[in-house]
Design a protein. Structure first.
Length: 468
Protein backbone atom coordinates (compact mmCIF):
# COMPACT_ATOMS: atom_id res chain seq x y z
CA UNK A 1 0.00 0.00 0.00
CA UNK A 2 1.34 3.41 -0.94
CA UNK A 3 2.56 5.69 1.84
CA UNK A 4 -0.08 8.46 2.26
CA UNK A 5 2.64 10.81 3.51
CA UNK A 6 4.17 10.82 0.02
CA UNK A 7 0.86 11.38 -1.79
CA UNK A 8 0.14 14.63 -3.66
CA UNK A 9 -1.57 17.09 -1.34
CA UNK A 10 -5.29 17.28 -2.22
CA UNK A 11 -6.90 20.66 -2.79
CA UNK A 12 -9.80 19.74 -0.49
CA UNK A 13 -9.20 20.78 3.15
CA UNK A 14 -11.28 17.83 4.34
CA UNK A 15 -9.15 15.36 2.39
CA UNK A 16 -5.98 16.98 3.70
CA UNK A 17 -7.32 16.44 7.19
CA UNK A 18 -8.03 12.81 6.30
CA UNK A 19 -4.36 12.42 5.31
CA UNK A 20 -3.32 13.75 8.70
CA UNK A 21 -5.77 11.43 10.45
CA UNK A 22 -4.27 8.46 8.62
CA UNK A 23 -0.98 9.08 10.35
CA UNK A 24 -2.65 8.74 13.75
CA UNK A 25 -5.33 6.11 13.08
CA UNK A 26 -4.72 4.45 9.67
CA UNK A 27 -7.40 1.78 10.12
CA UNK A 28 -10.18 3.89 11.65
CA UNK A 29 -9.78 7.16 9.76
CA UNK A 30 -11.29 6.07 6.39
CA UNK A 31 -14.36 4.54 8.06
CA UNK A 32 -14.98 7.68 10.10
CA UNK A 33 -14.61 9.77 6.97
CA UNK A 34 -17.25 7.77 5.10
CA UNK A 35 -19.64 7.95 8.07
CA UNK A 36 -19.36 11.74 7.89
CA UNK A 37 -19.91 11.75 4.13
CA UNK A 38 -22.99 9.55 4.49
CA UNK A 39 -24.45 12.10 6.90
CA UNK A 40 -23.62 15.25 4.95
CA UNK A 41 -24.03 13.92 1.38
CA UNK A 42 -22.05 14.63 -1.76
CA UNK A 43 -20.49 16.36 -3.54
CA UNK A 44 -18.15 17.77 -0.91
CA UNK A 45 -18.39 21.58 -1.15
CA UNK A 46 -15.85 23.74 0.69
CA UNK A 47 -14.80 27.39 0.49
CA UNK A 48 -11.59 28.24 -1.29
CA UNK A 49 -8.87 29.35 1.11
CA UNK A 50 -7.71 32.60 -0.47
CA UNK A 51 -4.30 32.42 1.22
CA UNK A 52 -3.66 28.76 0.36
CA UNK A 53 -1.69 28.39 -2.91
CA UNK A 54 -2.53 24.68 -3.05
CA UNK A 55 -6.20 25.55 -3.44
CA UNK A 56 -5.52 27.22 -6.80
CA UNK A 57 -2.62 25.06 -7.92
CA UNK A 58 -0.05 27.75 -7.18
CA UNK A 59 -0.76 29.20 -10.63
CA UNK A 60 -0.73 32.80 -11.82
CA UNK A 61 -3.15 31.91 -14.61
CA UNK A 62 -6.03 34.45 -14.37
CA UNK A 63 -8.52 31.63 -14.96
CA UNK A 64 -7.35 30.12 -11.66
CA UNK A 65 -7.60 33.29 -9.57
CA UNK A 66 -9.92 32.97 -6.60
CA UNK A 67 -13.07 35.05 -6.30
CA UNK A 68 -15.51 35.46 -3.44
CA UNK A 69 -17.95 33.20 -5.27
CA UNK A 70 -15.68 30.18 -5.79
CA UNK A 71 -15.93 26.83 -4.05
CA UNK A 72 -13.90 23.64 -4.02
CA UNK A 73 -16.24 20.87 -5.19
CA UNK A 74 -14.98 17.31 -4.70
CA UNK A 75 -16.57 14.19 -6.17
CA UNK A 76 -16.06 11.07 -4.05
CA UNK A 77 -16.34 7.36 -4.77
CA UNK A 78 -15.80 4.51 -2.31
CA UNK A 79 -13.94 1.77 -4.16
CA UNK A 80 -13.50 -1.82 -3.06
CA UNK A 81 -10.18 -3.59 -3.50
CA UNK A 82 -11.05 -4.71 -7.05
CA UNK A 83 -11.60 -1.14 -8.30
CA UNK A 84 -8.80 -0.21 -10.71
CA UNK A 85 -10.14 2.96 -12.33
CA UNK A 86 -13.05 5.34 -11.78
CA UNK A 87 -14.02 7.59 -14.67
CA UNK A 88 -16.40 10.53 -14.38
CA UNK A 89 -18.79 11.25 -17.23
CA UNK A 90 -19.22 14.97 -16.82
CA UNK A 91 -19.16 18.17 -18.85
CA UNK A 92 -16.93 20.19 -16.53
CA UNK A 93 -13.69 18.20 -16.59
CA UNK A 94 -10.46 19.72 -17.81
CA UNK A 95 -9.72 16.73 -20.03
CA UNK A 96 -11.57 13.90 -21.77
CA UNK A 97 -12.01 11.38 -20.31
CA UNK A 98 -11.87 12.57 -16.68
CA UNK A 99 -10.70 10.14 -14.00
CA UNK A 100 -10.74 10.15 -10.20
CA UNK A 101 -7.57 9.61 -8.18
CA UNK A 102 -7.13 7.14 -5.31
CA UNK A 103 -6.05 8.69 -2.03
CA UNK A 104 -3.20 6.35 -0.93
CA UNK A 105 -3.87 4.28 2.15
CA UNK A 106 -7.65 4.59 1.75
CA UNK A 107 -10.61 3.45 -0.35
CA UNK A 108 -11.36 7.09 -1.25
CA UNK A 109 -11.37 8.00 -4.94
CA UNK A 110 -11.66 11.72 -5.50
CA UNK A 111 -11.35 14.68 -7.86
CA UNK A 112 -11.67 18.36 -6.97
CA UNK A 113 -12.80 21.27 -9.14
CA UNK A 114 -13.06 24.98 -8.45
CA UNK A 115 -16.60 25.98 -9.36
CA UNK A 116 -18.52 29.21 -8.97
CA UNK A 117 -21.70 29.45 -6.93
CA UNK A 118 -23.71 29.82 -10.19
CA UNK A 119 -22.60 26.46 -11.59
CA UNK A 120 -24.96 23.65 -12.58
CA UNK A 121 -23.92 20.29 -14.04
CA UNK A 122 -24.42 16.53 -14.02
CA UNK A 123 -22.11 13.54 -13.67
CA UNK A 124 -21.97 9.74 -13.57
CA UNK A 125 -19.31 7.24 -12.49
CA UNK A 126 -17.94 4.44 -14.68
CA UNK A 127 -15.84 1.81 -12.91
CA UNK A 128 -13.07 -0.42 -14.34
CA UNK A 129 -13.28 0.53 -17.98
CA UNK A 130 -10.87 -1.41 -20.22
CA UNK A 131 -7.73 0.52 -21.07
CA UNK A 132 -7.05 1.67 -24.61
CA UNK A 133 -9.38 1.76 -27.60
CA UNK A 134 -10.46 4.78 -29.63
CA UNK A 135 -12.45 7.61 -28.10
CA UNK A 136 -15.60 7.72 -30.21
CA UNK A 137 -19.35 8.24 -30.06
CA UNK A 138 -20.04 4.46 -29.86
CA UNK A 139 -17.50 4.11 -27.02
CA UNK A 140 -19.20 7.02 -25.22
CA UNK A 141 -22.54 5.20 -25.48
CA UNK A 142 -20.91 2.08 -24.03
CA UNK A 143 -19.53 4.13 -21.14
CA UNK A 144 -22.98 5.60 -20.52
CA UNK A 145 -24.60 2.18 -20.35
CA UNK A 146 -22.11 1.12 -17.69
CA UNK A 147 -22.42 4.30 -15.64
CA UNK A 148 -23.85 4.62 -12.12
CA UNK A 149 -25.03 7.57 -10.07
CA UNK A 150 -23.47 8.96 -6.91
CA UNK A 151 -25.15 7.07 -4.01
CA UNK A 152 -24.72 9.97 -1.55
CA UNK A 153 -26.10 12.71 -3.82
CA UNK A 154 -29.90 13.00 -3.61
CA UNK A 155 -30.11 15.27 -6.67
CA UNK A 156 -30.55 13.34 -9.89
CA UNK A 157 -32.62 13.22 -13.03
CA UNK A 158 -33.55 10.38 -15.35
CA UNK A 159 -32.92 9.99 -19.05
CA UNK A 160 -35.63 7.38 -19.74
CA UNK A 161 -35.21 4.45 -22.09
CA UNK A 162 -36.39 5.08 -25.63
CA UNK A 163 -38.36 1.94 -26.61
CA UNK A 164 -38.13 2.91 -30.27
CA UNK A 165 -34.31 3.05 -30.23
CA UNK A 166 -33.01 0.52 -27.68
CA UNK A 167 -29.46 0.91 -28.98
CA UNK A 168 -29.44 4.68 -28.50
CA UNK A 169 -27.84 6.77 -25.72
CA UNK A 170 -30.77 6.64 -23.29
CA UNK A 171 -31.90 4.73 -20.24
CA UNK A 172 -29.67 6.05 -17.45
CA UNK A 173 -29.74 8.44 -14.51
CA UNK A 174 -27.35 11.29 -13.67
CA UNK A 175 -26.39 12.92 -10.41
CA UNK A 176 -26.58 16.71 -10.38
CA UNK A 177 -24.54 19.54 -8.90
CA UNK A 178 -26.55 22.71 -8.26
CA UNK A 179 -24.58 25.46 -6.58
CA UNK A 180 -26.36 27.99 -4.31
CA UNK A 181 -26.78 30.78 -6.88
CA UNK A 182 -27.32 28.63 -9.97
CA UNK A 183 -30.18 30.12 -12.01
CA UNK A 184 -33.38 28.51 -10.84
CA UNK A 185 -36.96 29.30 -11.79
CA UNK A 186 -39.37 27.85 -9.19
CA UNK A 187 -42.28 27.90 -11.63
CA UNK A 188 -40.22 25.88 -14.11
CA UNK A 189 -39.08 23.42 -11.44
CA UNK A 190 -42.72 22.81 -10.57
CA UNK A 191 -43.49 22.21 -14.25
CA UNK A 192 -40.80 19.51 -14.45
CA UNK A 193 -42.47 17.52 -11.68
CA UNK A 194 -46.05 17.82 -12.98
CA UNK A 195 -47.92 16.16 -15.82
CA UNK A 196 -48.28 17.83 -19.19
CA UNK A 197 -51.84 19.10 -19.72
CA UNK A 198 -51.70 19.14 -23.50
CA UNK A 199 -51.47 16.12 -25.77
CA UNK A 200 -48.18 14.54 -26.82
CA UNK A 201 -48.85 12.27 -29.80
CA UNK A 202 -46.28 9.99 -31.42
CA UNK A 203 -46.45 9.72 -35.20
CA UNK A 204 -44.32 8.05 -37.90
CA UNK A 205 -43.75 9.88 -41.16
CA UNK A 206 -42.44 8.39 -44.39
CA UNK A 207 -40.27 10.67 -46.50
CA UNK A 208 -39.41 10.63 -50.17
CA UNK A 209 -36.48 12.94 -49.58
CA UNK A 210 -34.87 10.63 -47.01
CA UNK A 211 -34.77 7.75 -49.47
CA UNK A 212 -31.84 9.48 -51.17
CA UNK A 213 -29.49 9.68 -48.21
CA UNK A 214 -26.66 7.39 -47.18
CA UNK A 215 -27.40 4.27 -45.10
CA UNK A 216 -24.47 5.13 -42.80
CA UNK A 217 -22.54 8.12 -41.41
CA UNK A 218 -19.75 9.26 -43.73
CA UNK A 219 -17.05 8.15 -41.30
CA UNK A 220 -18.38 4.57 -40.92
CA UNK A 221 -18.07 1.69 -43.36
CA UNK A 222 -20.87 -0.50 -42.05
CA UNK A 223 -24.43 0.07 -43.19
CA UNK A 224 -26.90 0.88 -40.41
CA UNK A 225 -29.78 -1.63 -40.58
CA UNK A 226 -33.41 -0.62 -40.67
CA UNK A 227 -35.55 1.75 -42.70
CA UNK A 228 -33.99 5.14 -43.35
CA UNK A 229 -36.97 6.88 -44.97
CA UNK A 230 -39.20 6.96 -41.87
CA UNK A 231 -38.91 9.23 -38.84
CA UNK A 232 -40.66 9.31 -35.50
CA UNK A 233 -42.20 12.66 -34.59
CA UNK A 234 -43.87 13.59 -31.32
CA UNK A 235 -46.50 16.30 -31.75
CA UNK A 236 -47.34 18.55 -28.80
CA UNK A 237 -50.86 19.95 -29.00
CA UNK A 238 -51.78 22.65 -26.46
CA UNK A 239 -55.28 23.05 -25.14
CA UNK A 240 -55.79 20.19 -22.68
CA UNK A 241 -55.50 16.43 -22.93
CA UNK A 242 -59.14 16.06 -23.93
CA UNK A 243 -58.94 18.42 -26.86
CA UNK A 244 -59.14 17.00 -30.36
CA UNK A 245 -56.21 17.27 -32.80
CA UNK A 246 -57.78 20.33 -34.48
CA UNK A 247 -58.98 22.04 -31.29
CA UNK A 248 -56.21 24.68 -31.31
CA UNK A 249 -54.87 26.62 -34.29
CA UNK A 250 -51.60 27.96 -32.85
CA UNK A 251 -49.73 31.02 -34.03
CA UNK A 252 -46.40 29.66 -32.83
CA UNK A 253 -44.67 26.44 -33.87
CA UNK A 254 -41.42 25.10 -32.43
CA UNK A 255 -39.60 22.30 -34.27
CA UNK A 256 -37.13 20.41 -32.07
CA UNK A 257 -34.32 18.24 -33.41
CA UNK A 258 -33.23 15.28 -31.24
CA UNK A 259 -36.94 14.94 -30.56
CA UNK A 260 -36.82 12.22 -27.89
CA UNK A 261 -34.40 14.25 -25.79
CA UNK A 262 -36.42 17.44 -25.92
CA UNK A 263 -39.78 15.71 -25.43
CA UNK A 264 -38.81 13.27 -22.66
CA UNK A 265 -35.51 14.43 -21.08
CA UNK A 266 -35.36 18.21 -21.40
CA UNK A 267 -39.07 18.62 -20.57
CA UNK A 268 -39.81 20.97 -23.47
CA UNK A 269 -43.61 20.32 -23.42
CA UNK A 270 -43.72 21.23 -19.71
CA UNK A 271 -41.63 24.33 -20.40
CA UNK A 272 -43.99 25.47 -23.16
CA UNK A 273 -46.99 24.97 -20.89
CA UNK A 274 -45.36 26.83 -18.00
CA UNK A 275 -44.59 29.80 -20.26
CA UNK A 276 -48.14 29.79 -21.64
CA UNK A 277 -49.69 29.64 -18.15
CA UNK A 278 -47.70 32.72 -17.15
CA UNK A 279 -48.92 34.55 -20.25
CA UNK A 280 -45.35 34.89 -21.55
CA UNK A 281 -46.04 33.26 -24.94
CA UNK A 282 -49.19 32.60 -26.94
CA UNK A 283 -50.59 29.16 -27.88
CA UNK A 284 -47.64 27.15 -29.16
CA UNK A 285 -47.52 23.73 -30.82
CA UNK A 286 -44.36 21.70 -31.20
CA UNK A 287 -42.91 18.98 -33.39
CA UNK A 288 -40.19 16.78 -31.88
CA UNK A 289 -38.25 15.14 -34.70
CA UNK A 290 -36.15 12.10 -33.86
CA UNK A 291 -33.16 11.09 -35.94
CA UNK A 292 -32.90 7.70 -37.61
CA UNK A 293 -32.14 4.39 -35.86
CA UNK A 294 -29.16 3.89 -33.53
CA UNK A 295 -26.27 6.22 -34.38
CA UNK A 296 -27.99 7.52 -37.54
CA UNK A 297 -27.93 10.92 -35.83
CA UNK A 298 -24.56 11.45 -37.50
CA UNK A 299 -26.29 11.21 -40.90
CA UNK A 300 -29.36 13.37 -40.29
CA UNK A 301 -27.51 16.16 -38.51
CA UNK A 302 -24.40 16.43 -40.70
CA UNK A 303 -25.06 18.84 -43.62
CA UNK A 304 -27.65 16.43 -45.00
CA UNK A 305 -29.64 17.88 -47.92
CA UNK A 306 -32.37 15.18 -47.88
CA UNK A 307 -32.94 15.72 -44.15
CA UNK A 308 -33.20 19.48 -44.70
CA UNK A 309 -35.80 18.89 -47.44
CA UNK A 310 -37.70 16.60 -45.10
CA UNK A 311 -37.84 19.30 -42.41
CA UNK A 312 -38.69 22.26 -44.63
CA UNK A 313 -40.87 20.71 -47.34
CA UNK A 314 -42.44 17.51 -46.02
CA UNK A 315 -42.73 17.77 -42.23
CA UNK A 316 -44.48 21.13 -41.99
CA UNK A 317 -46.76 20.36 -44.93
CA UNK A 318 -47.76 17.09 -43.24
CA UNK A 319 -48.44 18.87 -39.92
CA UNK A 320 -50.63 21.55 -41.51
CA UNK A 321 -52.75 18.94 -43.24
CA UNK A 322 -52.91 16.56 -40.29
CA UNK A 323 -53.85 19.14 -37.66
CA UNK A 324 -55.43 21.93 -39.69
CA UNK A 325 -52.89 24.58 -38.68
CA UNK A 326 -53.60 27.64 -40.84
CA UNK A 327 -52.08 30.55 -38.88
CA UNK A 328 -48.45 29.46 -38.98
CA UNK A 329 -45.89 31.75 -40.57
CA UNK A 330 -42.12 31.71 -40.91
CA UNK A 331 -41.47 34.50 -38.37
CA UNK A 332 -43.33 32.46 -35.71
CA UNK A 333 -41.71 29.11 -36.60
CA UNK A 334 -38.61 28.29 -34.54
CA UNK A 335 -36.11 25.54 -35.27
CA UNK A 336 -34.36 24.29 -32.10
CA UNK A 337 -31.38 22.04 -31.51
CA UNK A 338 -28.58 21.28 -29.05
CA UNK A 339 -24.97 20.38 -29.82
CA UNK A 340 -24.87 18.93 -33.35
CA UNK A 341 -28.59 19.66 -33.52
CA UNK A 342 -27.89 23.34 -32.81
CA UNK A 343 -25.51 23.48 -35.74
CA UNK A 344 -28.11 21.77 -37.97
CA UNK A 345 -30.90 24.09 -36.81
CA UNK A 346 -28.78 27.09 -37.73
CA UNK A 347 -27.90 25.60 -41.12
CA UNK A 348 -31.49 25.04 -42.21
CA UNK A 349 -32.78 28.33 -40.85
CA UNK A 350 -30.08 30.09 -42.90
CA UNK A 351 -30.82 27.99 -45.98
CA UNK A 352 -34.64 28.01 -45.70
CA UNK A 353 -35.65 31.30 -44.05
CA UNK A 354 -39.01 31.25 -45.85
CA UNK A 355 -39.91 28.29 -43.60
CA UNK A 356 -37.93 28.80 -40.39
CA UNK A 357 -37.84 32.44 -39.38
CA UNK A 358 -36.08 31.89 -36.06
CA UNK A 359 -33.45 29.52 -34.69
CA UNK A 360 -32.56 28.56 -31.11
CA UNK A 361 -29.18 26.90 -30.68
CA UNK A 362 -28.11 25.40 -27.37
CA UNK A 363 -24.35 24.80 -27.31
CA UNK A 364 -24.25 24.40 -31.08
CA UNK A 365 -21.25 22.50 -32.47
CA UNK A 366 -20.20 25.33 -34.76
CA UNK A 367 -16.55 24.27 -34.69
CA UNK A 368 -17.38 21.61 -37.30
CA UNK A 369 -17.08 21.57 -41.10
CA UNK A 370 -18.83 19.30 -43.64
CA UNK A 371 -15.56 17.56 -44.45
CA UNK A 372 -13.48 17.75 -41.25
CA UNK A 373 -10.37 16.36 -42.99
CA UNK A 374 -10.28 18.85 -45.88
CA UNK A 375 -12.08 21.99 -44.70
CA UNK A 376 -11.25 24.50 -42.02
CA UNK A 377 -13.30 24.57 -38.80
CA UNK A 378 -16.03 27.15 -38.07
CA UNK A 379 -17.77 26.51 -41.40
CA UNK A 380 -21.08 28.09 -40.28
CA UNK A 381 -19.45 31.41 -39.39
CA UNK A 382 -17.71 31.53 -42.78
CA UNK A 383 -20.99 30.79 -44.56
CA UNK A 384 -22.72 33.64 -42.71
CA UNK A 385 -19.86 36.01 -43.54
CA UNK A 386 -19.84 35.08 -47.25
CA UNK A 387 -23.61 35.26 -47.95
CA UNK A 388 -26.19 38.06 -47.85
CA UNK A 389 -28.19 38.36 -44.64
CA UNK A 390 -31.44 36.41 -44.57
CA UNK A 391 -34.59 37.33 -42.56
CA UNK A 392 -34.17 35.16 -39.46
CA UNK A 393 -33.82 35.89 -35.73
CA UNK A 394 -31.24 34.00 -33.73
CA UNK A 395 -30.77 32.96 -30.11
CA UNK A 396 -27.41 31.41 -29.19
CA UNK A 397 -26.42 30.08 -25.81
CA UNK A 398 -23.30 28.24 -24.67
CA UNK A 399 -21.67 27.09 -21.43
CA UNK A 400 -18.60 28.70 -19.94
CA UNK A 401 -17.23 25.19 -19.27
CA UNK A 402 -17.45 24.04 -22.89
CA UNK A 403 -13.71 24.29 -23.38
CA UNK A 404 -12.78 20.63 -23.89
CA UNK A 405 -13.57 18.70 -27.08
CA UNK A 406 -14.36 14.97 -26.77
CA UNK A 407 -13.09 12.05 -28.82
CA UNK A 408 -9.61 13.53 -29.34
CA UNK A 409 -10.73 16.33 -31.70
CA UNK A 410 -7.73 18.48 -30.82
CA UNK A 411 -7.48 20.33 -34.14
CA UNK A 412 -10.85 22.01 -33.63
CA UNK A 413 -11.63 25.16 -31.64
CA UNK A 414 -13.76 24.70 -28.55
CA UNK A 415 -17.54 24.97 -28.57
CA UNK A 416 -17.33 28.09 -26.39
CA UNK A 417 -14.91 29.88 -28.72
CA UNK A 418 -16.77 28.85 -31.89
CA UNK A 419 -20.08 30.14 -30.49
CA UNK A 420 -18.48 33.44 -29.55
CA UNK A 421 -16.98 33.69 -33.03
CA UNK A 422 -20.34 33.01 -34.69
CA UNK A 423 -21.97 35.57 -32.37
CA UNK A 424 -19.52 38.24 -33.54
CA UNK A 425 -20.04 37.38 -37.22
CA UNK A 426 -23.84 37.44 -36.88
CA UNK A 427 -23.71 40.84 -35.19
CA UNK A 428 -21.39 42.20 -37.85
CA UNK A 429 -23.85 41.08 -40.54
CA UNK A 430 -26.74 42.77 -38.74
CA UNK A 431 -28.75 39.70 -37.67
CA UNK A 432 -31.28 40.18 -34.83
CA UNK A 433 -29.49 38.20 -32.12
CA UNK A 434 -29.85 37.35 -28.46
CA UNK A 435 -26.90 35.63 -26.81
CA UNK A 436 -26.27 34.17 -23.36
CA UNK A 437 -23.62 32.18 -21.52
CA UNK A 438 -24.32 29.97 -18.52
CA UNK A 439 -21.94 28.53 -15.94
CA UNK A 440 -22.03 24.90 -16.98
CA UNK A 441 -20.97 22.52 -19.71
CA UNK A 442 -22.34 20.47 -22.60
CA UNK A 443 -25.11 19.15 -20.44
CA UNK A 444 -28.81 18.27 -20.41
CA UNK A 445 -28.98 19.56 -16.84
CA UNK A 446 -28.15 23.05 -18.13
CA UNK A 447 -30.15 22.98 -21.35
CA UNK A 448 -33.46 22.11 -19.73
CA UNK A 449 -33.06 25.16 -17.48
CA UNK A 450 -32.00 27.60 -20.20
CA UNK A 451 -34.47 26.51 -22.90
CA UNK A 452 -37.15 28.83 -21.50
CA UNK A 453 -34.88 31.86 -21.92
CA UNK A 454 -34.36 31.14 -25.61
CA UNK A 455 -38.07 30.57 -26.23
CA UNK A 456 -38.90 33.84 -24.50
CA UNK A 457 -36.32 35.70 -26.57
CA UNK A 458 -37.83 34.46 -29.85
CA UNK A 459 -41.55 34.01 -29.07
CA UNK A 460 -42.15 35.93 -25.84
CA UNK A 461 -44.36 38.93 -25.53
CA UNK A 462 -42.19 42.07 -25.20
CA UNK A 463 -42.76 42.40 -21.45
CA UNK A 464 -41.70 38.76 -20.89
CA UNK A 465 -38.45 38.74 -22.89
CA UNK A 466 -35.17 38.41 -21.01
CA UNK A 467 -33.52 41.73 -20.16
CA UNK A 468 -30.21 42.36 -21.88
Amino acid sequence: MADPRRAPVPESPRLRRLLRDLGRAPKRAPGRFWQEIERRGTPLVEPVARNDPRAVGGSTDPDRLVTDHDHLVTLLFRGKSDVRTVEVQCSFGSEFPTRLELLPGTDVWYRTWRLSDRFRGSYRFVVNLPEGGPLSYPSWIERTRRSITDPWNPRRFLDPTDPGDPGGPHGFASSEIVMPRAPDRPWLREAFTGRVQGRLVEERIESRALRRQLPRPRWEKRRIPGRHDRRRVWVYLPGGAGAGPRAVDPRNLVVFLDGFDYAHVLAAPATLEALARRGSIGPTAALFVEHGPKNYRGVDLWWNEPFGEFLADELLSWARGRFGWSKLSAPRTVLVGASLGGQTAMLWALRRPEVFGAVLSQSGSFQNAPDPFREEPNWTARWVADHPRVPIRVHLEVGLRETVLPFGATRYPTILSSNRHLRDVLRAKGYPLSYSEFDGGHDDACWRQTLAEGLLALLGRPSARPKR
